[in-house]
Design a protein around this ligand. Sequence first.
Ligand code: NDP
Length: 270
Amino acid sequence: MPVDESAPQSPAESSAQAAGTPAAAGAAQAPGAEIPAAAGRSVLVTGGNRGIGLAIAQAFLERGDRVAITLRSGDAPAGMLGVVADVTDGAALDAAFARVEAAHGPVEVLVANAGTTRDQLLMRMSDDDFDAVVDTNLAGAWRCARRAVRGMVRARRGRVVFVGSVVGLLGSAGQTNYAASKAGLVGLARSLGRELGGRGITANVVAPGFIETDMTADLAPALQEKYQEGIPAGRFGSPAEVAHAVLFLADAGYVNGAVLPVDGGLGMGH
Ligand code: NDP
């Protein structure tokens, strides 16, 4: 969805922009919440309007960071700046980043979370199923990282956290497109980390297992039960548990190119 910089802002952008100033973000913080030394940064979470992305955005907001999210429709939650962008559209992303920079300053923490699935057995999977998933999950994350590091290189600091998946290393029948896209994020993070580690920039991957979101709600109850039997924790995880790992990577200065599983032990050994 191309975004014309001169075009009127969507209701999501205009309402959230007003609320998304540094002062407003601070005001939205829960009373009494402590702000760690690393907080107060400009954070952008792609696909932050729901699911895991929303939990991540809320966790940063609660710490007092200036939080922007990309969304494709609807409104941003109070206190966050919503910028409309589809991660498959480089021009829209560029415009979205420009809006975040104008409101919050250059992005210091990028969380590339937007992702999609189009599951199908390999022999039945179309080129379009493969291309669409890779274009969103891998190329989309790459586009965001390429745009974000511009400001990070200038500042000589930055954090990039890619939201991968346990299946990127474990594999998953019926998800050749999705697993390939998530495995690709590991090479992307490690290459970025090697390229820009000397500039104070780190790039890491969180690899969630089954997390309770719209993506897993679609699974039949019997299938959910079957999957849970294979998880040492015996349950699915929560979006907040993924957010906790993302906050750690956003703070850590000496963790680079890591894949941090948040999967209840499902993928251990991979
Ligand atoms: P949801 O389906 O609940 O949310 C996906 C988010 O990505 C939405 O905000 C969606 O926007 C956004 N998005 C999808 N495609 C695009 C696009 N082309 N451009 C911009 N935004 C896009 O998923 P989850 O919260 O469950 O997943 C978040 C991330 O975590 C994904 O990368 C997923 O692969 C990963 N993950 C999830 C697991 C799980 O069990 N849920 C397990 C492992 C990894 P919109 O609202 O407009 O559709």
